[in-house]
Write a protein that binds this ligand. Structure first.
Ligand SMILES: [Zn+2]
Ligand SMILES: [Zn+2]
Length: 343
C-alpha cells in the first residue's frame, strides 16, 4: 500500500478543525483512501516541511477531559503487576534469565516493534513475504505494546496530527501523558474499532491481523507460562526465567518505546525543520534500536533508515540490510533524497 500518500491524504482530510479526538474517532472526518498498488514505493519520501511548528495545544488538566469514559483498569493493573515483577527480578537473578531477557528484548523490541510494527506495517519502508510479516507481527505482540492493528493505527494518527489536537501522545499535554498515561483512559463504545478502521483500514481488511488483534491479550500470558514451565523443566529456574524473560524485559522495552513518544518530542537536536516538535536523541536511539532519530523519521517517514548522519547508529536498519542481503526484504526505502539531506 502507499503509506505516504495515504498519510498525506489523511493529513489533508483530517486537518484538525475538530477540537475533540473523539470526534475523529467517531468518523466524522473524511475517510482516507488507501490504494493497494505499490507503484509509489519507489517515489522519494515526502519532503521535510519547512514551516515552524505552531505549538499552542494546551495541557488539559481536568480528569474528566483526560478520562471521559473512566480509567482502563486492565492496562493500569497490567502495568502495576509488570513493574512490581520487574523490580522483584533483581532478587531472582540467574545468568539464564539474563540471557533470555537480552535475546527476547532484541526479538520483541527490535524485530517485533521497530522493524515489524513500525517500519514495515506502519510505513511500508520495506516489503517482505506474508510469513515474514506475520512472524514479525508475533514478535511484536510478545513486546505486549498492543496488537499490530492498534499500534499501527495509533502511530499513523500520531504522524498526521503530531503535536496538534488529536495527537494520541504529545508532550504538549505534559511529559507523563505522552510517556505512559495516554493509553490509560478507557475507550468509549465503538471507539477502538473506529480508530482501527479509520487509521489502519489496509490492515483491518486482513483476517489474520484481526485475529491477532483479538488474540493479543493472551499472547504474553502464554509466553510467560512457557518461560516459567520451560525454565523450571530445563534449569530449575522457572521464576527467574519468567521475571527476567518477560517482566523486566518488557518493562525496559515499554520505557524505550515511550521515550520515543515523550523524550524525542522534547529534547535533542533537529536535522530537519518539521512542523512538529520531533528531535534526535542519542540515548533514546540506543535504547530503542534506532528509533530515537525521531526528527529524521518525522521528516522522511517512509525511509527504512532513521539514522541520516554517519554517527546516527540505527541497529534496526542494519537488520533490514541483512534481510535484504538474504533476500527476505525487497523494495527497501533507503535512499536519502539528495535535495533534502540532513546538512
Ligand atoms: Zn513522533
Ligand atoms: Zn513512524
Amino acid at each position: 500500500m502507499t503509506h505516504d500518500s495515504a498519510l498525506s491524504e489523511m493529513s489533508a482530510t483530517s486537518a484538525p478543525s475538530s477540537t475533540d479526538e473523539g470526534t475523529s474517532l467517531r468518523g466524522t472526518l473524511a475517510q482516507p483512501h488507501f490504494s493497494t498498488d505499490r507503484e509509489h514505493l519507489t517515489e522519494p519520501t515526502v519532503k521535510a516541511k519547512r514551516i515552524r511548528p505552531e505549538i499552542s495545544h494546551p495541557v488539559v488538566s481536568s480528569f474528566r477531559q483526560r478520562f471521559p469514559h473512566g480509567v482502563n483498569w486492565y492496562n493500569v493493573g497490567w502495568m502495576l503487576i509488570m513493574n512490581v515483577a520487574a523490580v522483584a527480578a533483581f532478587w531472582h537473578f540467574s545468568w539464564v534469565g539474563l540471557a533470555i531477557a537480552v535475546v527476547m528484548h532484541w526479538v520483541t523490541a527490535c524485530l517485533g516493534v521497530t522493524l515489524g510494527y513500525h517500519r514495515l506495517l506502519t510505513h511500508g519502508s520495506l516489503v517482505v513475504s506474508a510469513p515474514v510479516k506475520y512472524f514479525l507481527s508475533i514478535c511484536g505482540m510478545l513486546a505486549a505494546e498492543g496488537s499490530p492493528l492498534f499500534w499501527v493505527a495509533t502511530h499513523r494518527k500520531h504522524h498526521v496530527l503530531s503535536d496538534q489536537e488529536g495527537d494520541p501522545h504529545s508532550p504538549n499535554d505534559g511529559f507523563w501523558w505522552s510517556h505512559m498515561l495516554w493509553f490509560k483512559p478507557k475507550e468509549g463504545p465503538g471507539e477502538l474499532e473506529a480508530l482501527l478502521k479509520r487509521w489502519a483500514p489496509d490492515m483491518y481488511k486482513d483476517p489474520v491481523q484481526r485475529f491477532f488483534h483479538k488474540f493479543f491479550p493472551v499472547v504474553p500470558m502464554i509466553f510467560g507460562a512457557m518461560l516459567y514451565f520451560g525454565g523450571e523443566y530445563f534449569f530449575g529456574l522457572g521464576l527467574s526465567c519468567l521475571l527476567w524473560g518477560l517482566c523486566l524485559r518488557m518493562v525496559i522495552g515499554y520505557h524505550s518505546t515511550w521515550f520515543v513518544n515523550s523524550a524525542t518530542h522534547i529534547w535533542g537536536y533537529r536535522n530537519y525543520e518539521t512542523t512538529d516538535r520531533s528531535r534526535n536523541l542519542w540515548w533514546v536511539a540506543l535504547l530503542s534500536y534506532g528509533e530515537g532519530w525521531h526528527n529524521n523519521h518525522h521528516a522522511h517517514q517512509r525511509l527504512a533508515r532513521h539514522g541520516h548522519k554517519p554517527w546516527e547508529i540505527d541497529i534496526t536498519y542494519m537488520v533490514i540490510r541483512v534481510l535484504k542481503v538474504l533476500g527476505l526484504a525487497t523494495q527497501v526505502q533507503d535512499r536519502l533524497p539528495q535535495t533534502d539531506q540532513a546538512a
